[in-house]
Ligand binder design. Structure first.
Ligand code: GLC
Length: 642
């Protein structure tokens, strides 16, 4: 690790912090309590008094607005598909935030892989408190003149963000429910027939034999290698899912090898933990153990050898449907309940016992890792599991396919994973509020280095509608990861299934026309440790109005976007912090433009129209779209400037 002398970062330590791998630079330790904070040793809580105008940004993948003030957030990676406002934890723990009142601004990063509660003016409106469940913490305070400066310093500390292959900036179609090669061919044909660009089709769990990682069901996918080739000649990359749990099945090589070498997570008594996920009973590979991690990572070779160049890692919080041990306890308790007359309290107790089988907190205390040669109980390092699964894959790609860039993103994450892959934001729902949540999550993700990120466009759970899908695509065309994904049993939402097929084609074409801009701005954000998508207040520091804007974003250096995210709206209010050129796109080459002055505007945007604002002195390059990213001529561009 490089030794960094950075006068803007102070590092404080409490207890015995783990070397989590979040940071890539050594910082001198400062003794005492973090500057600006008060520490209560009795409750292991750090307090900061919020000033009236303080806004709080960051924490990555969390519910609610861009300004996090007013709610409580718990870093505790959770497999929870109900992303309501009253949730405190989602799949990710990205423990960096910025407190900013426009004049005074500072950043905080808590390197602690256990559960950490950030109470940001919830219990007391004027207090930010940070409470790690186990206070083995490296606590960083980062100073700087502006949020962007602080973010740059923080990102120097945690290392450069992952860059996916260029084609991964294309459009991807996914659905939990594509079962056979035939299903996938049908999707490819559906898009091709209408001339809608498409670069990726995702393969969800059904491609596997009995949900076993690194297997292919030979009946559903006969001659898989040729199928991968066939799709590639169509310009399509197949991107399979890999789950964290390894099926317990005699004769299954991954199980046999893991068992024989002691690579699975163990209980206190040394036996391998038995949990259940999609395949039924599974063991969890101990990704925190270097040897086990190397072993699992090399398994991806089965698929890379077959021509696969991208993966999504899932269920790696890890999600636990049940553990064998807990299920036994539940059955015993249910028997006791059977003997009783259930009054209302008894009934509630019964419901609690039965309803708390999946992802039970007790289960996360039942197993251990071998981490840097130490036996560590899972809950103390819980938030590292998805990070280390992704690190395992990514490090192995350098060995098993050194000449290729591999697409990799994950559901669970922790600060530092951004060096190895991107994230998608998990099982959202087909709701208008989740489109807004997608918009509001992007700045926090970017601050934490997760530049290659995005949500399930159209919504994963529930039934989408044509208008929601269209508005979501209109925002999604700006997110680096641009994937339409939906759950088993929901309405099918491939774009060619809707009535307004032409409009969808135009929107996806617009994405492809924007690729030179998106890619260049993305790379700039990686290289300069900057933001690809950011709140207006990070740039327009003097403009008080920008501080409260929660539904417009700056995208790269030249653009501002103002997506429409409400049902039945044919326009919206937009605030311009300075004069800008509005471009109202219907297609990539059919648009009208107009210069608008600083201030408030009501701007019409019909269902098929996308609003883009070019900042003064900037220009927007547009390519001629192609069916795939690789076929775009990135040299011949038209430019709209202001
Ligand atoms: C999880 C994933 C989702 C996937 C499903 C089946 O819910 O988040 O994207 O489709 O598992 O694999």
């Amino acid at each position: 690790m490089e030794y960094a002398h950075n006068k803007y970062i102070k590092k404080y330590e409490f207890g015995n912090p783990y070397d989590t791998g979040a940071v890539v630079a050594c910082i001198d330790k400062t003794a005492g309590i973090p500057e600006r904070f008060r520490f209560d040793a009795k409750t292991d809580t750090f307090f900061y008094t919020l000033k009236e105008k303080d806004m709080v940004f960051g924490l990555g993948e969390t519910v609610r607005g861009i300004n996090k003030r007013g709610w409580i957030y718990v870093s505790n990676n959770s497999d929870d598909p109900v992303h309501d406002e009253n949730k405190t934890s989602l799949y990710a723990s990205q423990n960096f935030l910025i407190v900013d009142n426009g004049k005074d601004v500072f950043g905080v990063f808590l390197d602690n892989p256990g559960s950490v509660t950030f109470d940001i003016g919830y219990t007391d409106a004027n207090v930010l408190s940070i409470h790690p469940e186990y206070n083995d913490t490296s606590f960083y305070v980062i100073e700087g003149a502006s949020p962007l400066e602080i973010i740059r310093t923080f990102r120097e500390l945690i290392g450069k963000s992952y860059i996916p292959p260029m084609w991964a900036f294309g459009y991807g179609q996914s659905r939990w429910g594509y079962k056979t090669a035939g299903d996938i061919r049908e999707v490819a044909a559906g898009y091709k027939e209408l001339g809608i660009p498409l670069d990726m089709i995702y393969m969800d769990i059904d491609y596997m034999q009995d949900f076993k990682d690194f297997t292919i069901n030979p009946e559903r996918f006969p001659d898989f290698e040729n199928f991968v080739k066939e799709m590639k000649t169509e310009g399509i990359h197949l991107v399979p899912i890999i789950d964290a749990g390894v099926k317990i099945e005699e004769g299954y090589d991954v199980y046999e090898e893991g068992k024989a070498n002691g690579y699975f997570c163990k209980k206190e008594n040394g036996e391998d933990l038995v949990a259940a996920v999609w395949p039924g009973k599974v063991h969890f590979p101990d990704f925190l153990n270097e040897e086990a991690s190397r072993w699992f990572g090399e398994k991806y070779k089965v698929l890379t050898d077959a021509g696969i160049e991208g993966f999504w890692n899932d269920m790696n919080e890890p999600a636990i449907f049940y553990t064998e041990d807990h299920l036994k306890e539940v059955f015993a308790q249910v028997k006791e309940f059977e003997q009783k007359e259930l009054d209302i309290w008894g009934f509630f107790d019964f419901k609690d016992v039965v309803g708390s089988i999946a992802n039970n907190p007790e289960d996360y205390r039942r197993f251990y890792h071998e981490f840097h040669g130490q036996k560590v109980r899972h809950d103390r390092v819980h938030n590292l599991y998805g990070f280390y699964m992704t690190k395992s894959a990514s490090e192995s790609f350098e060995k098993i396919c050194p000449d290729k860039k591999i697409l990799m993103f994950s559901r669970a994450s922790y600060t530092g994973m951004h060096r190895y892959g991107g994230v998608w934001t998990g099982d959202n729902c087909s709701r208008w509020s989740h489109l807004l949540m997608n918009i509001q999550m992007m700045p926090g993700l970017n601050m934490n280095g997760f530049l290659y990120s995005g949500a399930d466009i159209g919504g994963f759970g529930g039934n989408t509608t044509e208008d929601l899908m269209m508005r979501w695509v209109e925002f999604g065309i700006f997110t680096p990861l641009f994937r339409n994904h939906s759950a088993l049993g929901t309405r099918e939402q491939e774009l060619y299934r809707f009535d307004r097929k032409e409009d969808f084609r135009h929107l996806i074409e617009l994405r492809y026309a924007l690729i030179p801009y998106i890619y260049e701005e993305f790379i700039k954000a990686v290289e300069h440790n900057g933001m690809y998508m950011m709140p207006l207040s990070f740039v327009y520091r003097e403009d008080e109005r920008c501080r409260e804007i929660e539904d417009q974003l700056l995208v790269g250096e030249a653009l501002m976007i103002a997506p429409v995210y409400e049902q039945n709206k044919t326009g919206r209010y937009v605030y311009l912090p300075e004069a800008m050129r509005l471009v109202r796109f219907r297609t990539y080459n059919d648009y009208d433009t107009e210069v608008l002055q600083k201030g408030d505007h009501y701007i019409k945007a019909a269902l098929n129209e996308v609003l883009v604002f070019i900042r003064p002195g900037k220009e927007l390059p547009l390519a001629t779209p192609a069916r795939q990213v690789d076929r775009i001529n990135r040299k011949e561009l038209q430019r709209i400037s202001f």
